[in-house]
Design a binder for this molecule. Structure first.
Ligand code: GLN
Length: 207
């Protein structure tokens, strides 16, 4: 099955997507999943993670989310979920949380995805921008990508596939069950990336 098959073959998406809802733009992910017609559940407590089949870590402030991660076992819950091979999709701050190492400045991470990522890397003067990128394995059409105080992926490990680029930089990457975007696919009308993630939820777990 090709990547593009995953995008299109999920109209019968099985399972519920959890959306981490401690901070950030989780509501926009819920809106996107509503538009696609996929069931979702907001995750506010670590114990709720085991009840879902995929997990979205939204954009927001990774430092604030990290504070919540240390309390109540939320960070550990996310890690266990990912290590069990269940699909996890981090957008922007969520991608920072998944990364192997973080600069700009350095901070703690879940260390699950073999990338190095630099926070706020487009510079303060470009606080946010809309760019056009390509995700060639997923779709033939160009994708409108919204970047907000976005990080840049500076290193991609051997196990990591680059699924999307904008301005030559990797902006959508995948490592088995993990998917990460430095942009905000939930803020446009384009459903491709969410549909792809839902497609991953229909696949058998991978490690
Ligand atoms: N700059 C934020 C951080 O470092 C990420 C911004 C976002 O998620 N849009 O966590």
């Amino acid at each position: 099955m090709s990547n593009a098959d995953l995008v299109t073959n999920n109209n019968n998406a099985r399972g519920v997507a959890g959306i981490l809802a401690i901070q950030g733009d989780f509501a926009m992910h819920a809106k996107m999943l509503d538009r696609i017609g996929a069931p979702w559940k907001l995750i506010k407590h670590a114990r709720e993670i085991q009840g879902v089949d995929g997990l979205i870590l939204p954009g927001g402030e990774s430092t604030t989310m990290l504070k919540f991660f240390s309390g109540e076992g939320m960070g550990e819950g996310v890690r266990e979920f990912a290590v069990a091979g269940k699909p996890v999709f981090g957008t922007c701050a969520g991608a920072i949380l998944l990364a192997g190492d973080v600069t700009g400045p350095s901070q703690e991470t879940l260390g699950l995805l073999d990338i190095s990522i630099e926070r706020n890397a487009y510079g303060r003067q470009i606080d946010s921008s809309v760019r056009t990128g390509e995700c060639p394995g997923l779709t033939d059409h160009p994708i409108e990508m919204v970047f907000i105080r976005a990080p840049i992926i500076r290193r991609v490990g051997d196990r990591v596939k680059v699924l999307g680029r904008a301005d030559g930089l990797p902006v959508l990457v995948e490592q088995n069950n993990l998917l990460a975007a430095t942009f905000h696919p939930e803020l446009t009308e384009d459903e491709t990336v969410h549909r792809y993630f839902l497609g991953k939820m229909n696949q058998p777990p991978t490690g």
